[in-house]
Design a protein around this ligand. Structure first.
Ligand code: NAD
Length: 388
């Protein structure tokens, strides 16, 4: 297959590109390195330095014998997007190329508007270019479980069967997200569903939970092939941050009571799920939604699991409850369905003690590079950052 990975320099995009390339697909990556710019803006960096994408691609060729084509450009430049899609003619497009951080989007007007412009306009350009040059291709778009918020009813996979005043219909599940970033994904979903319905496109929206993990089958082949691992308050996901805090003997920072419950998955399962979606494409006209996570945990539960992992590895650490910088329920009902990917064959890599211990030990090998100044929350949901 010809697989185009948008955002292929990122945490998930790079291992995904290598995965498809390793199994013999023809792979091209698009990225404009925006993430590297945001890192500079925020004064943060991944736990281990990540080489330029050109070097990663060359190293991959050396190790695997396979080429990955590299197309540097901005998804918000429609001429560039049309050209890429016209020339590469993908069978599947895996779209990771967005601003992925809720705190980043909540800093101020500029970052909120940027997040929505970047994400929504980029996706619109992809949809229009697909209609023009590859209307039969399958769009596999990364959304997030955060689109749903925390409703007091079970969360279905994208669609809800509804009965109202004696009549029935199937509607998109009502969304109540918690940040301008999550809202950008809601708007993307609405736009993609519209093009499936009106233009007969085919798309799978993967509403992904919070990803943790460092290694995939390909990233371990050479240090140049590692993927980025963020632990800071802006781009770091919660389990990754807890592991780093434990490794340096700092208290784990739980926001508020820590009862916030979310879906989680291993980065290896992100890749498995995306491959399952690509290999089992949606039908023409079908806007398919899968909830992509394997387990639910509360933030406090995760913190306790990391404290135990650190203890098993000889490190005593504790939990600090910080005032919650976000506006969110800390005690709520949460039951999200996630069976469609399992039905397609997903075999989850669960968060066992062995997995946690292995991640903890990997993080410990990098403790000298940890910046202790970037883990406490600097962005408040209810006020703009003071310095902008
Ligand atoms: N990591 C998670 O836990 C998680 C959870 C749910 C959903 N997601 C979604 O998965 C996707 C990938 O997440 P990630 O953690 O790998 O993020 P990431 O920031 O590491 O990767 C995103 C990549 O997209 C690129 N990009 C952004 N805007 C672009 C544009 N306009 N043109 C070209 N390239 C652009 C960035 O430079 C970056 O390399 C995102 O859409 C994110 O919202 C991630």
């Amino acid at each position: 297959m010809r697989v185009l990975v948008l955002g292929g320099d990122g945490y998930l995009g790079w291992p995904t590109a290598m995965h498809f390339s390793a199994r013999g697909d023809e792979v091209a990556i698009v990225d404009n390195f925006a993430k590297r710019q945001w890192e500079l803006e925020e004064g943060i960096e991944p736990l281990a330095a990540i080489p330029p994408l050109h070097r990663r691609v060359r190293r991959w060729k050396e190790i695997s014998g396979n080429d990955i084509a590299l197309m540097v450009g901005d998804l918000c430049n429609h001429r560039f997007v049309y050209k890429v899609i016209r020339e590469f003619k993908p069978d599947a497009i895996v779209h990771y190329g967005e601003q992925p951080s809720a705190p980043y989007s909540m800093q101020d007007r500029t970052t909120a508007v940027y997040t929505q412009t970047n994400n929504i306009e980029g996706t619109m350009n992809v949809l229009f270019a697909m209609r023009a040059h590859c209307p039969d291709a399958h769009l596999v778009k990364l959304g997030t479980m955060g689109e749903y918020g925390t409703p007091n009813i079970d969360i279905e996979e994208g669609w809800l069967e509804l009965e109202h005043n004696g009549r029935k219909d199937r509607v998109l599940f009502p969304k109540r997200p918690g940040s301008f970033y999550h809202l950008s994904k809601v708007h993307d979903s609405a736009n993609i569903e519209f093009t499936c319905r009106i233009w007969d496109m085919r798309a799978t929206d993967l509403n992904q939970g919070v990803v943790y993990g460092i290694e995939t089958d390909q990233t371990v082949l050479h240090p140049d092939l590692e993927t980025s691992f963020h632990y800071d308050d802006v781009f770091g996901t919660v389990l990754n941050r807890f592991l780093v805090q434990a490794a340096i003997g700092c208290p784990l920072t739980v926001y508020g009571k820590g009862g916030q419950t979310r879906g989680f998955l291993n980065i290896k399962d992100t890749i498995q799920c995306v491959a399952l979606a690509v290999d089992n494409p949606a039908d023409r006209g079908d806007f398919r939604v899968f909830n992509q996570f394997t387990e639910q945990f509360s933030v406090l539960q995760l913190a306790e699991m990391v404290v135990a992992a650190a203890k098993r590895n000889g490190q005593d650490t504790q939990i600090d409850h910080l005032e919650n910088p976000r506006v969110e329920l800390e005690d709520h009902y949460y039951n999200a369905k996630h069976s469609k990917l399992v039905d397609l064959g997903l075999r989850p890599n669960l968060l066992t003690e062995a997995v946690l211990d292995a991640m903890y030990q990997t993080v410990c090998r990098h403790v000298d590079f940890v910046d202790r100044n970037v883990m406490n929350p600097r962005i408040q949901w209810s006020s703009e950052k003071a310095d902008r």
